[in-house]
Write a protein that binds this ligand. Structure first.
Ligand SMILES: CCCCCCCCCCCCCCCCCC(=O)SCCNC(=O)CCNC(=O)[C@H](O)C(C)(C)COP(=O)(O)OP(=O)(O)OC[C@H]1O[C@@H](n2cnc3c(N)ncnc32)[C@H](O)[C@@H]1OP(=O)(O)O
Ligand SMILES: NC(=O)C1=CN([C@@H]2O[C@H](COP(=O)(O)OP(=O)(O)OC[C@H]3O[C@@H](n4cnc5c(N)ncnc54)[C@H](OP(=O)(O)O)[C@@H]3O)[C@@H](O)[C@H]2O)C=CC1
Length: 478
């Protein structure tokens, strides 16, 4: 019997950000591996005209939850959507709901955040820092709480080259910044933002670093843990390969490349593309929740969830031909005029924001993550696998691209062979054109320049000598 599954089996679990990319996969895995858990409370706001309950129903009816319904047919009764808005100082939770949360919650997974790189500092502070502080305040009043797992990002300290599993301080205390947000107006905040974020690239990264400082300061006697994933991508294996439903991180660029909008990228090909599949992040998160509650480490442990130091993939490999050939170009047929301009501007803006991450490499230590791997029973090592050593990147990326097409763009998979054929044809034309162009330019150069002629004769005589030597040595061997 899996110790981790059994642990969650009797628990009341609170998840923030459960309607997001990571949160959904976390809920799915919890229900699939611990179908007899008591309840999952999720803090949800209404969105796009849907009530929190309607949003939950939509998630449960999605492809992602198909397997869950087989093992946990009453899953809808085990999710309790609690109206909340993390943009409000008190999180806008009703008194009754708050009472229920304070009385019954056993484990908290705090995933909610604004992940936009260009968010206004005021909003990023509210959601990523103040809401985290508010949640910690709540957690400190929860009588049955066993563990609080906070999701941060491996890039919180990307101003450093080597990053350890410790909390690094920012020059200005989070409390001072939170206080100043109350009286500074938006334009002054915009003016001081570059000074405050210093050598971090954007408000998202900066506020995630501040949130860690808040966790360190305000966790009191809680059993606390922080997980720092790098770039979270589509599922590797569970519940099925390639599942993805948002355009963050590399996904938007993969689509742009597949559609033919993105032909070149200013990236360092050898820089490490530190991607981690979302199911790996979720498995580590659940293992950390279990370990933190059961072993109660004396201090807050930080776990890096990265791939670069054990199974590196680089951006050169990532941009391999798979990306270009699988997603057909039909998606944007009919896109013309201002729509296209808007799209291209957005793409350029996105590229400028992501460039920072594709031209650098970082070195994250993973001592705690490795330690945890050894603490798991052999059964849990399989069921909650977070070892990326066996991940085959080419296979993963191919499934990722297919997943984008299937689950995100909801395109017709039957057209793939046709699209591949079309891509092959285009590629051959491209090679043919380049070869012809090279020959013409070279011919012109030889006709006009003595140096080019000398180089040409040197190459020809070198090849001739090489072939003669090769032929002679193979005759001798025979
Ligand atoms: C050759 C190929 C090779 C590939 C190589 C790829 C290399 C990639 C490198 C990636 C590096 C990433 C590094 C990340 C490191 C930090 C780690 C984290 O924690 S990261 C944490 C993760 N954080 C990030 O990755 C954040 C990065 N992204 C951002 O910050 C912003 O998107 C932005 C500032 C880049 C653009 O902003 P802006 O120009 O305002 O554009 P909007 O955002 O508003 O959206 C545009 C349109 O898309 C629509 N839409 C949106 N969502 C969805 C959806 N789910 N479904 C469907 N559609 C969706 C939306 O409705 C809108 O359409 P419309 O309504 O106008 O019609
Ligand atoms: N994706 C990645 O590559 C990485 C992510 N992370 C971290 O993982 C965590 C989850 O990220 P991810 O799932 O990708 O992000 P998503 O943007 O997909 O999800 C964010 C979640 O936060 C919720 N949220 C945002 N604003 C509010 C609000 N005002 N009130 C209530 N809920 C709100 C969203 O709810 P709603 O649906 O209502 O908008 C959503 O459920 C974040 O903490 C992020 O920093 C770390 C490293 C990499």
């Amino acid at each position: 019997m899996s110790m981790i599954s059994a642990f969650y089996g009797s628990k009341s679990i609170l998840i923030t950000g459960a309607t997001g990319f990571l949160g959904k996969v976390l809920m799915e895995k919890l229900f699939r591996t611990s179908p007899d858990l008591k309840v999952i409370y999720i803090l949800v706001r209404p969105k796009a005209g849907q009530t929190p309950q309607q949003r939950v129903l939509q998630i449960l009816n999605s492809k992602l939850f198909e397997k869950v319904k087989e093992v946990c047919p009453n899953v809808h009764k085990k999710i309790r959507a609690i109206y909340a808005d993390l943009d409000q100082n008190d999180l806008a939770i009703s008194k009754e709901d708050m009472q229920e949360l304070l009385s019954y919650t056993n484990i908290i997974f705090h995933c909610a955040a604004t992940v936009r790189f260009d968010d206004h500092l005021r909003h990023a502070m509210q959601l990523n820092v103040s809401a985290t502080q508010q949640l910690l305040l709540m957690a400190n009043q929860m009588t049955k709480l066993e563990a609080f797992v906070h999701i941060s990002t491996a890039y919180a300290n990307c101003n450093l080259k080597y990053i350890d599993e410790v909390i690094y301080s920012c020059p200005v205390e989070p409390k001072k910044i939170m206080d100043s947000m109350e009286w500074l107006d938006d334009s002054i905040i915009e003016d001081i933002t570059p000074k405050l974020i210093g050598d971090r690239p954007n408000t998202y990264i900066y506020t995630k670093a501040l949130a860690e400082m808040v966790v360190q300061k305000e966790s009191g006697n809680l059993n606390m843990a922080i997980i720092r994933p790098s770039i979270v991508g589509a599922t590797w294996q569970e519940p099925f390969p390639g599942w993805i439903d948002n355009i963050n991180g590399p996904t938007g660029l993969i689509i742009a490349a597949g559609k033919g909008f993105l032909r070149a990228l200013r990236a360092t090909p050898m820089a490490v593309a530190d991607l981690v599949p979302v199911d790996i992040v979720v498995n580590l998160t659940l293992a950390v929740g279990w370990y933190t509650a059961v072993q109660r480490p004396k201090s807050t442990l930080i776990y890096h969830c990265t791939s670069g130091n054990i199974n590196p993939c680089n951006w050169g490999k990532m941009g391999h031909k798979h990306l270009m050939c699988i997603v057909p170009t039909s998606y944007l047929v009919g896109v013309t005029g201002p729509w296209m301009t808007k799209l291209m501007n957005r793409l350029l803006r996105t590229l400028s924001m992501l460039e920072y991450f594709i031209n650098r490499s970082w070195d994250w230590s993973t001592y705690n993550t490795e330690m945890l791997m050894f603490e798991l029973s052999p059964e849990d090592q399989k069921l909650f696998n977070f070892d990326v050593r066996h991940l085959n990147w080419m296979e993963y990326i191919e499934n990722y691209v297919l997943g984008i097409k299937m689950y995100l763009l909801k395109e017709d998979m039957a057209k793939i062979p046709e699209a591949k054929q079309h891509f092959k044809k285009l590629r051959n034309i491209h090679y043919l054109f380049n070869t012809a162009l090279f020959l013409i330019v070279w011919r012109l150069l030889i006709a006009r320049s003595q140096i080019a002629r000398n180089v040409w004769f040197f190459i020809v005589s070198f090849c001739y000598k090489f072939l003669s030597y090769f032929r002679a040595s193979s005759t001798l061997n025979a």
